[in-house]
Design a protein around this ligand. Sequence first.
Ligand SMILES: [Fe+2]
Ligand SMILES: [Fe+2]
Length: 306
Amino acid sequence: MTNAPDHPAGLRLLLERVYDAREIREKFSAWHAPRLNRWERVRAVAGAALCECLQPARIARRELPTGESCWFAPGVRWRVRDVDPACRIAVAPHAGPAAEADFPPPARSHWLDDAERVAVAGKGDWARTLAGMQEGGSVLIHGRGDPAAAVADAFRRTCGRLGWHPLWSDGEDYIAWAARVPEAIALADYLGRDHALIEAALARHRQGDPLGLQWALFMLERHMQLEETFLFDIYRRRGGSARRIAELEREHALVREDRARLTRPQTLRRFWRILEAHDEKEESLIYPHLTAEEDLLVRAMVFRAR
Ligand SMILES: [Fe+2]
Ligand SMILES: [Fe+2]
């Protein structure tokens, strides 16, 4: 796992709590991330824990033998898999510098920074570009025309190992982030990566990239409409709480209210805090119920906001 064992000096321990196997399954089997300026140390207290970490183009795995620990940085999605009945883990959130709680920290931009830049040669030439992607790689693709059919075809040809996330489009020019991953993508992985890319674009905005905010707002609106149009409904139909969805939809409204004024630091601060709490709720409570057939994932990838 690439984020271990590195962590900055000067972190402040907030608490440490031990979870048994049942609690680990309840609380840490879905993606979860330390938010704002928090870092988390996970230690195997008894038995071995298999930790997974959602990375741009793969899911990294690390087995923690008894007594060993690893660290997760702010925004890094992690979970525990295949929990042995004897397994117990200690999770210790730590606070980083207070100033880093207010805005997307620069480190989160790596999802976009590390992607290879690719230009699609001509209108309609998406298929050749997608077919040439290397496993384990991520790209920022800039092209013209509608890529939906090429994306659906590439997704099927790779047996679900292609992730496609639109960053921006004006109907003619199109920019997307794509990754070729080694294993078929689950809908919860796809949506977690969508959140991470929005955070990455906001982090670039904070670093002065003029496209950062444009991409973040485009992605965010597409993502919220995707949830409101059909994902929340699937959760409801599978017995999910209507009250919880109403709360998430209220948070969407707050985010939409703030987005026109994000150049003001106090608005960006509030927006960032709402978004962090909102994404954590969705990833841990809603997305695990959205196990999806292949068709739903393709629909999500090529979904266009109104
Ligand atoms: Fe949402
Ligand atoms: Fe979401």
